[in-house]
Design a protein around this ligand. Sequence first.
Ligand code: SF4
Length: 339
Amino acid sequence: MSRGRHSAPTYRFGCVLLHDLRCSNSCVFCRAGDEPLPDDLPPAAERRLHRDTASLISRGIRRIDVSGNEPLRYSKIVSYLRWIRPRFREIKLLDPGNLLEEEALAREVVEAGPDVIVLPLYGSHPSVHDACVRNDGAFRAVTRGIRHVLDRLGPRQRLDVSTLFLAQNRDDLPALARHLSEDLGVTSLAVNMPMATEEGVGRFFDEFAVSFPDLRRVVLEMAGVPRVRYHLRYVPPCLFSSRELRRLRERGGVDFFNAHFTYRLGDDSAHGDRLAYVDRYREQVPAEACSACALPSTGACDGILRMYLEANRDHPLRPVTASERSDLGDLLVYRRVNP
Ligand code: SF4
């Protein structure tokens, strides 16, 4: 298990994964929907969830992500969220969001007090979103879920909508940003580069990877949609010309997060191997251009995920110069999202 040039990270936030649950989606980048998984968390997985949570608490970790295939399918999710509420400073719940179509569940989940609820939307229209998650009706369900959550959020709570750059939705992403802002009143969008699970690496290359030129083009088109703030995760800034980076900086509301993961699974997690974020393809490595780039020394970029580099062989990267770095200011500071 190599961490390349990175020293051992310090873990200040943790994650529990409810993976032993069926998911109503069957996303193109994920295998969960293909597996015969139970409708509710089996007793052994429930014990592991509590062990993992206790392990994080005992190590003084006060920020937790509750994630997995479809955590809201767990019949005791609301009482679990209530139980962890006083034990963590920040709780983030990540779920496909389909079950939040049910208004009563949406209310209970929000009232259980997570600080951030992250729901994914992959397209502006059912034909795109449902194709990405391979589940007819998912767009309608998650869109209703987003509305239910937005209607109930307390003053210290937040809904984050996230999406992915996928071959299946890349040309629709500007329309998605417009849909979020104009129809749902959501003006912040986290746009992630996909990270395949171990089993999905082959499919990443064959079925859903987006090329660097397409990525650059789509980001610039998205920047043309007014008012929306974009958090770009694992998009190398060196794909853009100096002029383009300056334009993004002048537009405002765009930031890049491109730092090495310091994500921590519970010590007891049986999923550690399967989801190891340091596997060969998810390892963040320096590309050739990185040695001439001003970003690594300032901590604004730790290199590039190996899978993106391999999917875009020979694509030239343009190292960012020191003077550009100082001109670009907060365009490149979003990395501290995961301190
Ligand atoms: S550090 Fe490497 S990957 Fe990051 S912007 Fe610079 S050249 Fe690109």
